[in-house]
Design a binder for this molecule. Sequence first.
Ligand code: PGA
Ligand code: ZN
Length: 420
Amino acid sequence: MTRTDVRFASVSALEILDSRGNPTVQVTLGTAEGLRYVAGVPSGASTGSREAVELRDGDPARYDGRGVSRAVGHVEGEITDLLERKTWSCQAELDDALVELDGTPDKGRLGANAILGVSMAAARAFAEGLPLWESLIPRGVTPRLPVPHFNVLNGGVHAANDLEFQEFMLAPIGAPSFSEALRAGATIYHRLRAELRDRGESTGLGDEGGFAPDISSPEEILWLMVAAIRDAGYTPGRDGVAIAMDPASSEFHKDGVYTVAGEALNADQLIDRYEQIITDFPVWSLEDGLAEDDWAGWKTLTERLGGRVQLVGDDLFVTNPALIAQAVRNGIGNSALIKPNQIGTVTETLRAQAVCRHAGYSQMVSHRSGETTDTFIADLSVATGTGQIKSGAPARGERVAKYDRLLEIERSSVSLPFGL
Ligand code: PGA
Ligand code: ZN
């Protein structure tokens, strides 16, 4: 049982740095019993246009306008007044009150970064006495450890190379356990580094800890991955280590044209390209294959490839229950990426996940490219039984923190199932 009587005695917020060196919000809530709960809010770079608003100061004299002192001020001002006003009985009550206090449809007044930090820290307060994941399990859901999706090759706006496709992930679907999946990811990551070095390519890293070589062809990247999977002694494919891609195509889409490695493609031509890719390579999941405003293209994509591959909406759905429900009605995609900061409260995130479950859409819980060491999403992925998480490469502290938290959960609850 989660607590049903949380009384907050202190509320504070701090402007901290994220993994890219940009300011973000950290919230600390103290209860009447003297306990403290902390949460850090992540920040994206290839953001969907319909995400909840990340409030930034816009003051060019500080952090090039990216400061979050106004969001911090809202936590320590209006939100503190709200929190300290009463005893809170559950997460949904508190989150609904935060949404109402903000009063805008996109959390643009107080800032989704301010609101989410409070919501996550409060979730920890409601969980007191239980592991966070146990406290977040929705009714009727069987918790499970997720297949980690390791983003080992970075492009798009996460790297300075000429690769348009943003993410190439290793998905050890066939691993017998989470810890074995983690070992596969780390082993293959190191093989990949050796392979790139042997080819004279850069082994510098992108924002999510994956390598960022100067290779623009997605197919060439996929060949490299398959070679590294084999080299490390694993079988490429769903029985062993599969591949997931997030081209994040909104970023290279303009006026109906997708530009890939110097070629201008329309939606149909890009779908042809994906069809060939999933025929030639063990790609099991494709996220944001088409742009967020290309719903017609998405419809075709789903009709043509939806039976063969997981089609994940990220920028398309922005963890918004209403947008996911609309997509379900229209036969768009078959899976949703779940990022709490796209919608701005824990409760609304759980509602988006419930919409997916009822529609039979799969879900992948996700970090952002700008991260903190907060591990909330690891617990969320276990609690909601999604079977999938992406948290970047099996390297860099802010990425590994989530995977290491999953190792702890695996160790502490040996009966939890693993995988899809
Ligand atoms: P972002 O990228 O955090 O920069 O938005 C992650 C993604 O597109 O999945
Ligand atoms: Zn994405």
